[in-house]
Design a protein around this ligand. Structure first.
Ligand SMILES: N[C@@H](Cc1ccccc1)C(=O)O
Length: 494
């Protein structure tokens, strides 16, 4: 049992009652420590009774303490006036001179002699007493007996004192008062049970007031965490977010608008999930549809096209979008319908669907980070610049670019990032400059360039969390305690 606990009980045995503040002064201990000791005595049962009380106390502010030490501002002003007087502007150079001077004036200690030029401040009385300092010193010692309410009000107004609420406990002996405390057990152990010794032991009561350990809950899923980081970076770089809430798209916007020929393998049911009900849709502007049909089958805009028999039935087929580039196509078409072209930077991060064989790096449903910049005079150099800046913000600085092919971009390039943890280069996305065969039928001016890209969200998330199996990111149990290994492989739908 601690010495302080014992001393408190002894004090109570001799005096019948006590207050924790008085005890603090008596034992020369911090009040908090006395309260702590009281709580530990209370854990032993009703040895004493404690009644919580709160009292108001007057305390000196920092300025009040300064006056207690160095004297009041008015006395300071008075002391600085030489017998022949002093110019007011000189006097005002003293610290706190303004309040000191006004108090000294109203106390009748000083006067301004206007018969001199310039007028001089002179003493009016030979001697004064620093009552304010005297009072501050008394308050510091806790003695407020000789200070009138009016004076207290005045000191409060001058911000020399403040009222604080002091909480303490009044203690009296309890029904089980004793001078000694038994040892209290905190844990019931296996040994105690086996030896039956628990029956003789006293256990500490449960503390139902205790706050307990914080519960781990309400975290963002790792994919959403990385998504919000990506989104933040795009916003910092001046991009606006595209609306992406339509998972179902028709083939026209997903493929045809992107100059992707109708016999392209990605348009096969082996790669794309087609919708059986409703099987088709006609949500496309007919004149634009006509221009798309022509550019595929006959060419135009300086292109010879693919030269095949383009069929509307293929374009009408509904599907689960295979990339968010379908959203970019819709947005660019909207942009082309505006009266005057305005440069724009857009991004989106949302789900796409592909009929993939699932493995460690492929899912049939994953997220794509899509971006585009539409402006004049853009080149591949701008695209590389945007990636360099974007990935720098993610702490990824080793980037490499490889020529690639997409039906809708020329030139096209894949982006690789060196992952130091794995010691190898990893493909993180695909990009390019949208072809005139895609942009001109939409109605965009021919001097407008659009650079665009599509990245996977899962892959950087796997790198960040050290996952070697993409499937660990989905399902009922997302386990982030996985080993660090990752495969390569493209998610591109060209
Ligand atoms: N749509 C491409 C990415 C991409 C977008 C825009 C331009 C070029 C490429 C993909 O799914 O991989």
């Amino acid at each position: 049992m601690s010495q302080l606990n014992e001393n408190i009980l002894k004090y109570l045995a001799e005096n019948d009652k006590a207050n924790t503040i008085t005890l603090g002064k008596y034992f020369n201990e911090d009040h908090q420590k006395i309260v702590g000791a009281l709580k530990s005595i209370q854990a032993h049962g009703e040895l004493l009774l404690a009644e919580s009380i709160s009292d108001k106390k007057i305390e000196l502010t920092e300025e009040g303490k300064l006056i207690a030490e160095k004297g009041s501002h008015e006395v300071n002003v008075f002391a600085h006036i030489p017998d022949g007087g002093i110019e007011q502007s000189e006097l005002m150079k003293l610290p706190n001179a303004k309040i000191g001077f006004s108090k000294a004036m109203s106390a009748g200690w000083v006067q301004v002699d206007k018969s001199c030029t310039p007028p001089l401040v002179k003493k009016k009385v030979p001697e004064i007493v620093d009552t304010v300092q005297e009072h501050m010193r008394k308050i510091m010692k806790g003695d407020i007996s000789n200070i009138t309410d009016k004076e207290k009000q005045e000191y409060k107004k001058r911000k020399l004192i403040q009222e604080v609420v002091v909480k303490s406990f009044n203690l009296t002996k309890g029904p089980k008062f004793s001078l000694t405390l038994n040892k209290l057990e905190t844990d019931l152990t296996n040994d105690m049970m086996l030896a039956n010794s628990w029956k003789e032991m006293r256990f500490k009561d449960y503390n139902f007031e205790s706050l307990g350990a914080p519960l781990e809950s309400g975290y963002l899923h790792p994919l959403l965490q990385v998504r919000s980081e990506f989104r933040q970076i795009f916003l910092e770089m001046g991009f606006s977010e595209m609306p992406t809430n339509n998972y179902i798209e028709n083939s026209f916007w997903n493929f045809d608008a992107l100059f992707q020929p109708q016999q392209h393998p990605a348009r096969d049911a082996h790669d794309t999930f087609f919708i059986s009900n409703p099987k088709i849709s006609n949500s496309f502007p007919t004149d634009y549809l006509e221009r798309v049909k022509n550019v595929h089958s006959k060419g135009g805009y300086g292109s010879q096209g693919y030269g095949y028999d383009w069929k509307i039935e293929e374009a009408q087929k509904n599907l689960l979008r295979t990339h968010t580039t379908a959203v970019s196509a819709r947005m660019l078409y909207e942009l082309a319908q505006q009266e005057k072209f305005k440069p724009i930077k857009l991004f989106s991060i949302d789900k796409v669907f592909r009929n993939e064989t699932l493995d460690a790096t492929h899912l049939a449903e994953f997220h794509q980070v899509e971006g585009l910049i539409a402006d004049f005079n853009l080149t591949l150099g701008d695209l590389i610049g945007v990636f360099t800046e974007f990935f720098k913000k993610l702490g990824m600085v080793q980037l490499e670019f490889k020529p690639a092919y997409n039906p809708y971009t020329e030139p096209s390039m894949e982006i690789f990032c060196f992952h130091p943890g794995l010691g190898k280069w990893i493909e993180i996305g695909n990009s390019g400059v949208f072809r005139p065969e895609m942009l001109l039928p939409m109605g965009l001016p021919d001097d407008v360039c659009v650079i665009a890209w599509g990245l996977s969200l899962e892959r950087p998330t796997m790198i960040k969390y050290g996952l070697n199996n993409i499937r660990d990111l989905v399902g009922p149990k997302v386990d982030l305690e996985m080993g660090l290994s990752i495969g390569t492989g493209s998610d591109a739908s060209e």
